[in-house]
Design a protein around this ligand. Structure first.
Ligand SMILES: *Cc1c(COP(=O)(O)O)cnc(C)c1O
Ligand SMILES: [Zn+2]
Length: 427
């Protein structure tokens, strides 16, 4: 390790100054509140810009090899002892020349492989930030409405922290998501309905006296949760040597991750930590054909999202009424990007293509994103001469069924040379 000469002492106070309404700009103190009292718009964290501007590359580089190296840019977690965390982050940025060649990209292509987090999805980032804030706000129990990976991560974080958890999922999730959540021992409530039904019930539960002491990471502490996604922008820029890539392709469920990667890039440029590419960066969004309300709204040139009833194998992305959809559309339009969607066969092919060309085994969300990347190159929406990062947000072992019928042993033989010869393995 090189020694750090001018890193200031780690600051122990949060740079967050309050919550601000994304719709009307009303401001509120930092608290467990997610909707504006004036207009019911969604709230997000607002920062003291002078505090952000004091953050240096040296300070970040001297930090731990996880998301907390960016603590000075996050709303919570400045004090290491107060964190509720599995220390996610600093996942590999994998160079992907063979994938680039296969889909016709000439410029460097990278896969940000967030399946390498402790519970194997990017959700560990948002959960660590949300639950650290929740603990500080005095909550006694941890919860969420989940499409699978979020429940997995909340249950694991609660187990590590020794705090009770109760997580809510649609009952038709993949076994790989249910078992990896249930094993941590908290309450796991399977609901006979869609994610949107689960989310609606959680919004009702959070208002009851019995759930008064319960933090739902993506409901009452959602503004803090959403900020955790910024680390997927910071990290990519730092891993590229403090450069922002020209193009990023990001999967969308609520659309929040996409908006926060864009927000992270903007912050880094504003405070002088990273360079923007010539002409700025361009953000692309990926959905599945079975749940494509954000992409369809963009294609129809409107901001009004018409909710859908999700179908298809990309269950982790199956939010039919996506809360951050309009903001995702805004980011994609502002940066000159586009959105597209892939059907189940294309998603399976995307999983296999990524695996065969990079050694990364993605869940269906990653297959969706790779399939959409391919479409964007084919349609000319994505510039094949510009450096591109594609985000893999989840692990293939959790959605084995997606490819189970498609791949298997290429040969099955007797344990003998004769068997090998008969199978053509000896020429
Ligand atoms: C939740 C999730 C997403 C999308 O998250 P949003 O911020 O809701 O858009 C993407 N990929 C995976 C694997 C997820 O679990
Ligand atoms: Zn408002």
């Amino acid at each position: 390790m090189t020694s750090v000469v001018d890193a200031p002492a780690a600051t122990s106070s949060s740079p967050a100054r309050g919550l601000i309404c994304r719709a009307c700009g009303s401001e509120y103190p930092l608290a467990a509140q997610h909707a504006c009292y004036e207009c019911f718009g969604p709230l997000e964290v607002a920062y003291d810009e002078a505090a952000l501007a004091r953050v240096t590359r040296a300070q970040i580089e001297a930090g731990p090899q996880n998301i907390w190296r960016y603590a000075a840019l996050l709303p919570a977690g400045q004090d290491p002892d107060a964190r509720v965390t599995l220390d996610p982050g600093m996942t590999p940025l994998v160079s992907a020349p063979a994938l680039a060649a296969a889909i016709g990209l000439e410029a460097p292509l990278w896969v940000k492989d967030d399946s390498q987090n402790p519970t194997h999805s990017f959700k560990d980032r948002v959960v660590s930030v949300a639950l650290t804030a929740a603990k500080q706000l005095g909550f006694q129990r941890f919860s969420c409405a989940s499409t699978g990976n979020l429940a997995n991560s909340v249950a694991a974080h609660a187990a590590r922290a020794g705090v009770p958890s109760i997580v809510f999922i649609p009952s038709d999730l993949e076994p790989g998501k249910i078992i990896t959540t249930a094993v941590y021992g908290g309450d796991l409530v399977a609901i006979e309905g869609s994610y949107d039904d689960v989310n609606r019930l959680c919004s009702e539960l959070v208002e009851t006296d019995e759930f008064e002491d319960t933090a739902f990471v993506n409901v009452n502490v959602r503004p803090f949760y959403a900020e955790g996604s910024k680390t997927l922008g910071y990290e990519v820029a730092e891993q590229l040597g403090w450069r922002i890539p020209a193009q990023v392709v990001i999967p969308m469920a609520s659309g929040e991750l996409l908006t926060k990667v864009d927000k992270a890039f903007s912050e880094l440029v504003e405070i002088g930590l990273a360079e923007a590419p010539e002409g700025g960066w361009t953000v692309f969004g990926a959905q599945s054909e079975g749940c494509n309300p954000i992409a369809v709204a963009l294609h129809a040139d409107t901001d009004v999202i018409t909710p859908v009833k999700p179908t298809g194998i990309a269950k982790s992305l199956n939010i039919g009424d996506p809360a951050a959809g309009p903001y995702a559309i805004e980011a994609v339009r502002r940066t000159g990007g586009w959105m597209d969607y892939a059907n189940d066969d294309e998603i399976r092919a995307g999983i296999r293509l990524l695996a065969e060309t990079t050694g990364v085994f993605a869940e269906t969300a990653g297959g969706t994103t790779v399939a959409v990347l391919k479409k964007l190159v084919e349609s000319g929406k994505l510039d094949p001469t510009k450096e591109t990062v594609v985000y893999n947000t989840g692990e293939g072992l959790k959605t084995l069924d997606a490819v189970a019928g498609q791949v298997g042993p290429t040969h099955t033989i007797k344990p003998s040379l004769r068997g090998a010869r008969e199978a053509g393995l000896l020429g």
